[in-house]
Design a protein around this ligand. Structure first.
Ligand code: PGA
Ligand code: ZN
Length: 435
């Protein structure tokens, strides 16, 4: 079935910033929508998000040029192509852009079209997106990483560390994950309010705290798990996103922890991350070193990679070439997957497959600026990725993703699988270990 036309227009993300929605219409009238999220702590190796940078309009954040690029450059190239050949459509757009980081037309323009085409193909096949994207092979429900406390670029740097998250390691079903998370999230909120440490909600719906040190967040999260009636490290474990590139000064090679009033070199910083993982029930850590601090990554992975999930976000930026390098140099054992870091559905699927083929773990992720779209819930199931990170347990741009997994579970019926913390088995087997 041929692509008949593309319509593109500005809509708004969860921070109220302009973003792009694209509607693809097929020759038989079938339609599909794509809408693009946006990060705040973006990695330097990400594909380019094209903004107009005109201070008179939306503080420079408008996307009119990217939308025009869809209308004048991308639509003429993909109209008439077969909607079922996603790879051909995406490769054509990469070709038309002609730059390595999609900076000519904008990764936001290209991704809006790519997602709209994927959605239209699913609608044409009368299949849910997870079935269409995964060619019917996706049956694994993801284990969620859910933010309880937000910091860094998402909470005006109230903590240096960006995400304090929960993984319901004791859950036997997706429904049980939701219940454990609900209980811990609210227990944490109660504690913060009692101690007058509650400031509000951060960008992804986790609590925006007032703490005197980064470790205070870890201590409080452990208390919240206990208060909710669970054993830390058994039924409920901690995941961290350090987003260390934001704390690193490449000119001095040093990391700054503002709240802890200290500056550390690579060894010292990574050793502090290792220390936290040893003293608290941390099962997963993301970006424990800056994207240019290769020695820092290797130090962390060598120390704890056999038992802690070590996730590269800014390090890999969902870029298959960078992931391949990381695998060769044993920098981590897991990859955060964000569609708009690379800019097409096809390259995202390639990044996931590459990760899985190495015995590493993909974590499908939202951005801090999100939309009411649930594409990534389908992507997680379609690829049997096994993990999904979309922010907290509040705000509809987050809850729509968790709710969609509940719907997918019902669609899959008795084909749905949930292995919970079994997803981490490759770490314990040493398959992705450091030696
Ligand atoms: P971002 O944050 O979307 O602001 O980049 C999410 C993350 O770092 O994982
Ligand atoms: Zn991250």
């Amino acid at each position: 079935m041929k692509i008949h036309s593309l319509d593109a227009y500005p809509v708004f993300d969860s921070r109220g910033n302009p973003t792009i929605e694209c509607e693809a219409t097929l020759a038989d009238g079938t339609r599909g929508l794509g809408v693009v999220p946006s990060g705040a702590s973006t990695g330097q190796y990400e594909a380019l998000e094209l903004r107009d940078n005109d201070p008179r309009r939306f503080r420079g954040r408008s996307v009119f040029q990217a939308i025009e690029n869809i209308q004048t450059r991308l639509a003429p190239a993909v109209v008439g192509m077969d909607v079922e050949d996603q790879r051909a459509v995406d490769l054509r757009m990469i070709q038309v852009d002609g730059t390595p980081n999609k900076s000519a037309l904008g990764a936001n323009a290209i991704l809006a079209v790519s997602m709209a085409v994927a959605a239209a193909a699913a609608n044409h096949r009368r299949q849910p997106l997870h079935q269409s994207l995964g060619e019917g092979r996706g049956t694994l429900l993801p284990l969620p990483e859910i933010q309880i406390i937000g910091g860094g670029a998402h909470a005006n740097w109230r903590t240096d560390i960006q995400d304090f998250l929960l993984i319901a390691t004791g859950a036997q079903s997706f429904a049980e994950v939701m219940e454990i998370t609900f209980n811990v999230y609210h227990a944490c909120g109660d504690l913060l309010k009692q101690r007058r440490r509650y400031y509000g909600l951060a960008d992804e719906g986790g609590y925006w705290p007032e703490f005197d040190s980064n470790e205070e967040a870890l201590t409080l999260l452990v208390e919240a798990i206990n208060r909710a009636g669970y054993t830390p490290g058994v039924e409920a474990s901690i995941a961290l996103d350090i987003a260390a590139s934001d704390l690193f000064d490449p000119s001095t090679g040093r990391y700054r922890l503002e709240l802890d009033q200290c500056e550390l070199n690579s060894h010292e910083f990574v050793d502090r991350m290792i220390d936290w993982c040893e003293r608290y029930p941390v099962i997963s850590i993301e970006d424990p070193a800056a994207d240019t601090d290769v020695a820092g990554w290797q130090r962390f992975q060598a120390a704890l990679g056999h038992r802690v999930q070590v996730v590269g976000d800014d390090l890999f930026t969902t870029n298959p070439a960078r992931i391949r390098e990381g695998i060769a140099h044993r920098l981590a054992n897991a990859v955060l997957i964000k569609l708009n870091q690379i800019g097409t559905v096809t390259e995202t699927l390639d990044a996931i497959r590459l990760t899985q083929a190495a015995g590493w773990l993909p974590v499908i992720s939202a951005r801090s600026g999100e939309t009411e779209d649930a594409f990534i819930s389908h992507l997680a199931v379609a690829t049997n990725a096994g993990q999904l990170k979309v922010g907290s347990f509040a705000r509809s741009e987050r809850m729509v993703k968790w709710n969609e997994v509940i719907r997918i579970e019902r669609q899959l019926g008795n084909r749905a699988r949930f292995i919970g913390k079994g997803i981490y088995a490759p770490l314990a087997n040493g398959k992705t270990g450091s030696s």
